[in-house]
Design a protein around this ligand. Structure first.
Ligand SMILES: [Zn+2]
Length: 65
């Protein structure tokens, strides 16, 4: 019984990035470099999902500018 307590909080993998759920395909996706400036506004995992607009009946975020 020489099993010492394993450090639980040392599970630092590469996947230490923030994640979100795609609003279109509802799959989790991770932070990417290209989103470093607008991560808060990212809702879709890919441009493909962004173009889909599967649920147009959500709060209208019309950026009319
Ligand atoms: Zn998606």
């Amino acid at each position: 019984m020489a099993k010492k307590s394993e450090p639980k909080n040392t599970m630092r993998k590469k996947a230490d990035l923030p994640q979100k759920i795609c609003a279109s395909c509802h799959r989790p996706f991770s932070w990417r470099k290209k989103w470093k400036d607008n991560w808060d506004q990212v809702k879709y995992c890919s441009q493909r999902c962004q173009g889909k607009r599967a649920q147009p009946t959500q709060s209208a975020d019309c950026n009319t500018q």
